[in-house]
Design a protein around this ligand. Structure first.
Ligand code: ADP
Ligand code: MG
Length: 719
């Protein structure tokens, strides 16, 4: 209510606004209360009043003294539970199918579930009379086999199940869709069998919704009148349920007794209402608790126990700090540099950073940890992976790098056994794992959105993979504590995932994946959902962790900085294919094609053409022996900002004239922007601080830009 008062429009007199609102508010509330009182409260109280007006002992006598009423109570108590049970089974199956699978007819199934709500119960009863009655479709057959459905218990159960069918499914479908299948996938990756998955993950997540649906369903099943009226034949003492009994007593002018039985049904309704309110309150409270996750605390930096505290001495550990620092380009004229498509940039010497193997415990390249051979995966007509071949050396960390939708996750899931390939094989060391279940593969999988089990404590999350493998309790305790120490979160053992920050959640997810001592560790954009600072911190930490445990690992990322910093080997993917694989230096210095160059970014692109062994890019002409043909073809030329030199005067040779439009600084490097006269595009140029000071250039000056190296790629051209 208070929100009405505070939201008075600016400028209007608040007093008047409040009065106006009150004028509307109070009559509305009064009207609603009046309607509720007259239509609901008074009639319900009246039922109890009428039932109890001759005293409790008379009430009790009326209730238990009439054998027909007792029979009605018994009948209702037998019909309702069976109907509820069939409802639960159907509801869970339907919700699972609809929320977890995409199939033809899914929309139709979803609408069909509501049909029993839309049909009048009397009509529902008639439908079954038409099916099972003597003149009905199955009537003769049922009589021949002496099976009685109408005017008997089976008929009552069938119609009651029919009219209550949507209750559980309607509750569960949106709930299961909202929860998603991430936790279930995580459980499968941790080795849970189907029933363990259901009991330990799915059911605890949906239990309140399920209970809610069940309670509503039960109330409706006990109170059903119309459909039951039609199929029961109303045989006193045999097929009369409670609602039918109320009606019959009323028709027989036995009002007191009819009110006594009615009060029973009313009590049931009130209990249902109370339970429903409690469950709603509980669900809301859980939701609120889930939303109150703390921020990541970056004041206490992560350090792995027993590890070198600073990463400065570990090559690659401090980040791929600009390739210019580690690469010496032989001084050559641009003309002789320009010959290249494919893997032809071999005119470069790699400095001490080269080789890209940041790990001290160097992987043994002779032994292969994971081998992917000819893997193809289609989703319908869409090819998500196209003939992938990949080797991950034992003990190394490989990054799958590529834009969104390039098939990285699909490949990782196939390696983990969460998805099956159409073609191709997966080997772990020498063992063929292609058809093995995730449980038998023993792979640790870390998901982008953590996928922690929300209903379990941190301890139980880490213990999950051990419990499903039936480890003894004392070993579980020991192992979980070890892992929590490793990720430095021992103090949070009893917390629930909702109470953790994003960074902490991901460390727990990592501990959970490592607990069953997996053969491989697969990480799918593990830091993608974290903010930039936490991300940087965690990837340095992951690098150290990998260094420490030396587990063959695959990291999926679309962030090249992450890949370059963390991985020994990088595989660049695009549209389900591998564009290039190699070390960070190889990929950065010898991009295999224009996709890789474009993807790495921070590069100047020119459009030109090639013909007869020469490449023409504006006024620049270079030798390009890889394309000897006479036919002219369009080509793209790439030059990185640090591969452009800048000067006040043309020095002869190939250069581009332009105007200095902007000057910025990034550390000891000056970042200049030169508007090329010929191409009409701004060129990014990076110059060392000393050289810049020497030239004393100002914005607006005319300058000349010299490419030290130009990479030329012909569109769709393979040598
Ligand atoms: P990435 O992880 O590189 O972003 P994915 O492997 O998730 O890419 O997906 C690759 C492509 O396959 C995407 O275009 C995606 O839409 C499609 N895809 C992935 N999973 C499914 C699926 N279960 N059904 C249909 N298409 C899918
Ligand atoms: Mg992905």
């Amino acid at each position: 209510m208070a929100t009405f008062e505070t939201s008075a429009p600016a400028g209007a007199s608040p007093r008047r606004a409040q009065q106006d609102r009150r004028l509307v508010r109070y009559p509305l509330i009064a009207a609603a209360l009046t309607v509720l009182t007259w239509l609901i409260v008074i009639p319900v109280i009246n039922v109890f009043y009428e039932a109890l007006k001759n005293g409790p002992s008379q009430y009790w006598k009326t209730l238990v003294g009439d054998p027909d009423t007792i029979a009605a109570i018994k009948l209702t108590l037998s019909v309702a539970p069976v109907a509820v049970l069939s409802n639960i089974v159907f509801g869970m199956a339907a919700a699972w199918a609809i929320a977890r699978f995409r199939f033809r007819g899914r929309g139709l199934l979803t609408s069909m579930i509501d049909l029993p709500f839309a049909i009048s119960p009397v009509v529902a009863g008639l439908i079954f009379v038409l099916l099972f009655g003597l003149q009905g479709y199955y009537g003769q057959w049922l009589r021949d086999h002496d099976i009685k459905i109408l005017f008997a218990l089976p008929g009552l159960i069938i119609v009651t199940s029919f009219v209550t069918l949507p209750f559980v499914a309607r509750e569960l479908i949106p709930l299961m869709e909202a929860i998603g299948d991430e936790e279930e996938t995580a459980a499968v990756s941790l080795g849970a069998r189907s029933w363990q998955l259901f009991w330990r993950v799915t059911l605890p997540n949906i239990k309140w919704g399920l209970l809610y649906g069940t309670i509503l369903c039960n109330a409706r099943a006990m109170g059903e009148f119309g459909a039951v009226y039609v199929v029961s034949g109303r045989i006193t003492g045999q097929t009369d349920t409670l609602p039918l009994r109320v009606e019959k007593l009323f028709q027989e002018y036995d009002q007191p007794a009819s009110f006594v039985v009615a009060s029973l049904l009313c009590s049931l309704a009130l209990v249902t209402l109370a339970a429903k309110t409690f469950l709603e309150w509980k669900t809301r409270r859980d939701l609120v608790a889930r939303q109150e996750a703390p921020e990541d605390d970056l004041t206490a930096p992560l350090a792995l126990p027993g590890l070198v505290p600073a990463m400065a001495g570990v090559p690659g550990g401090g980040g791929f700090a600009g390739p210019a620092a580690s690469v010496v380009v032989k001084e050559q004229g641009p003309a002789s540099q320009g010959r290249s498509t494919g893997q032809s940039h071999r005119s470069v010497e790699i400095g001490e950073r080269g080789g890209g193997g940041p790990s001290q415990r160097r992987p043994d390249p002779s032994s292969v940890g994971i081998s992917v051979r000819g893997v193809t995966k289609r989703f319908g007509s869409f090819t998500a992976l196209d003939d992938i071949h990949l080797d991950v050396p034992d003990g190394s960390l490989l990054a799958l790098l590529g834009p969104s939708g390039s098939g990285k996750t699909t490949l990782l899931r196939i390696i983990a056994g969460l998805e099956l390939p159409e073609r191709g094989t997966i080997h772990y060391r020498d063992e063929d794992a292609t058809r093995k279940s995730p449980r038998n593969r023993n792979v640790g999988f870390v998901f982008q959105h953590y996928a922690l089990f929300r209903h379990m404590s941190v301890f139980e999350n880490v213990a999950f993979g051990l419990r499903v493998r039936k480890w003894p309790e004392d070993r579980i305790r020991k192992r979980v504590r070890e892992l929590l120490d490793l990720v430095q979160l021992s103090s949070l053992e009893q917390q629930s995932p909702a109470q953790l920050s994003g960074g902490q959640r991901q460390r727990i997810a990592l501990a959970r994946a490592l607990a069953p001592d997996p053969k491989l560790l697969l990480l799918d954009e593990p830091f993608g959902a974290l903010d930039a600072r936490v991300r940087t911190e965690l990837r340095t930490w992951l690098r150290k962790l990998h260094h420490e445990i030396g587990l063959t690992s695959v990291l999926v990322t679309h962030d090249q900085e992450e890949a370059f910093e963390v991985a020994d080997q990088i595989v660049v993917m695009n549209r389900g294919r591998i564009e290039q694989s190699g070390t960070a230096s190889e990929i950065f210095e010898h991009p295999a094609n224009s996709f890789v160059l474009d993807f790495l970014g921070n590069v100047n692109v020119f459009h030109g053409r090639v013909e007869a062994g020469r490449a023409h890019v504006g006024g620049l002409e270079l030798s390009y022996p890889d394309y000897p043909h006479e036919e002219s073809r369009p080509a793209k030329a790439y030059v990185r900002p640090h591969e452009l030199e800048i000067d006040r005067y043309p020095r002869g040779g190939s250069c581009l004239r332009g105007t200095l439009t902007r000057v910025g600084r990034s550390g000891a490097v000056i970042k200049a922007e030169v508007l090329s006269e010929e191409f009409g595009i701004p060129l990014a140029v990076e110059v060392a601080q000393d050289r810049w000071t020497e030239m004393s250039l100002e914005q607006g000056d005319t300058v000349y830009v010299f490419p030290k190296r130009l990479r030329v790629f012909i569109h769709d051209y393979q040598i």
